[in-house]
Design a binder for this molecule. Structure first.
Ligand code: UDP
Length: 405
């Protein structure tokens, strides 16, 4: 099939770890690669955020990335992108009408991409599949006044859910949230993200570590809701271990990053500064080295729409201690592939960490079960297959205004 991915702020080619570059970028990159490997033609449309970007870049993984001129050709925070979505969709329609290539299905990632996709669909008849990646209701609940999302986000998300051809939820928790928002269950299919089982595997290069000192790894964009503060506080209860934090700006810029400074100050206050190490952003291809170097991966977010990092660790055969939120409740099987603890509870986390570090056999059992689960249930090839079925179904529905390439 000819598939258009729309990912307005999250380019599959971006360097990850920054404030707006994380799971969605990985998801779009891996999914597009898996669909291309299965023989589909995939074009990813993302906002042009630098002047020197060519319109189209061929990814080595067999799909095209098209840079859409919408808004200034410079980085713009994702919460400020809404006014540019109309230009984004106008450009798409123009392109698909004038080009020799038009999609049979549009898969929109994040709500603003959904708006651009739906507007383009109204003019071209191409069906739309929507993956939210994150929901405004959840963000507002946890971040309150700090949530800088556009005021109408939740209303747009509800409307999208009722208007697109299919909603793809990534976990059971998201289904519940969407139903409570007023999106009918019948419009949804649950298809989780996958994990790259080539990049993330138990064997391979390993990042250096201090012999004899257990390593607890935590990975993500350096934003408050990822719960790094909880992890640092928990370290006081795990006296012999070190905590490595991967993510954020490149290492050289950590000194000036306000949140990195806050984390370092907190580590000082908790008396664990000598055992907490911030590494900064690590390229995606090198993430496996870091997971493999860890005894335990901690994912301690306040909330998590899906959460790729637990799955990446599991695929490397690393046990996970996660907070019992969002997609982590589906990926981590409590007491089998890892442990689930309440969010924002350093004592519960610290206790679980020390218990697992003290129990080699349990760690081994978790690691084995985690690897098995990642391999059996979360390959990108399987995710791409299931999505291709959804694309087929929505494309088969007759649309009177369907565009002719
Ligand atoms: N990541 C990375 N380098 C970093 C930090 C993170 O490649 O320095 C990747 C990580 O491996 C994962 C993604 O960014 O694939 C984060 O996804 P997750 O779903 O955990 O969080 P999100 O960013 O979507 O909130």
């Amino acid at each position: 099939m000819r598939i258009a991915m729309i990912s307005e702020h999250a380019s599959p080619l971006a360097i990850l770890g920054g404030e707006d570059a994380g799971g969605q970028n990985t998801h779009v990159a891996e999914l597009s690669a898996a669909l291309a490997a299965a023989g589909h033609e995939v074009r990813v449309y993302t906002r042009r955020d630098a002047v020197d970007l060519p319109v189209t870049v061929r990814s080595p993984d067999g799909y095209d990335v098209v840079h859409v001129p919408a808004g200034p050709a410079e980085p713009v925070a994702k919460d400020a992108l809404l006014p540019h979505m109309k230009d984004f969709s106008t450009w798409l329609v123009h392109r698909w009408r004038g080009d020799d290539w038009a999609p049979e299905v549009i898969h929109a990632h994040f709500w603003m991409s959904g708006l651009a996709a739906l507007a383009a669909s109204h003019q071209t008849g191409v069906p739309v599949v929507q993956t939210y990646h994150a929901l405004g209701t959840v963000k507002r609940r946890y971040q309150g006044v700090q949530d800088t999302s556009p005021a109408r986000r939740v209303a747009y998300e509800r409307e999208l859910g009722r208007s697109v051809d299919r909603v793809v939820a990534q976990c059971q928790d998201e289904v519940g949230e969407l139903v409570r928002m007023g999106v009918p269950r019948s419009r949804m299919t649950v298809i989780p993200s996958g994990v790259n089982l080539g990049t993330f595997a138990p064997l391979g290069p390993v990042a250096d570590r201090e012999p004899g000192r257990p390593r607890i790894l935590t990975v993500g964009r350096l934003v408050e809701r990822k719960g790094f503060q909880t992890v640092i506080r928990a370290m006081a209860l795990v006296p012999d271990a070190e905590c490595v934090v991967v993510g954020g700006p490149p290492a050289g810029l950590l000194e000036t990053d306000p949140y990195a400074r806050r984390l370092r100050a907190l580590a000082g206050t908790c008396g664990v500064a000598d055992r907490v190490r911030l590494v900064g952003a690590v390229p995606r291809e090198e993430m496996g080295r870091w997971y493999r170097s860890a005894d335990i991966l901690v994912a301690a977010p306040w909330y998590e729409p899906f959460g790729l990092t637990p799955l990446e660790a599991m695929a490397c055969g690393v046990p996970v201690i996660g907070t019992a939120v969002g997609g982590i409740k589906d990926t981590v099987v409590d007491g089998v592939t890892g442990d689930l603890v309440p969010a924002r509870d350093p004592r519960a986390l610290g206790t679980a960490l020390q218990r697992l570090l003290d129990d080699r056999i349990r760690r081994f059992a978790y690691a084995t079960a985690a690897l098995e689960r990642a391999r059996r249930r979360y390959s990108w090839a399987a995710t791409a297959d299931r999505l291709a079925e959804v694309y087929d179904e929505v494309a088969a529905v007759h649309r009177p205004t369907r565009v002719v390439a």
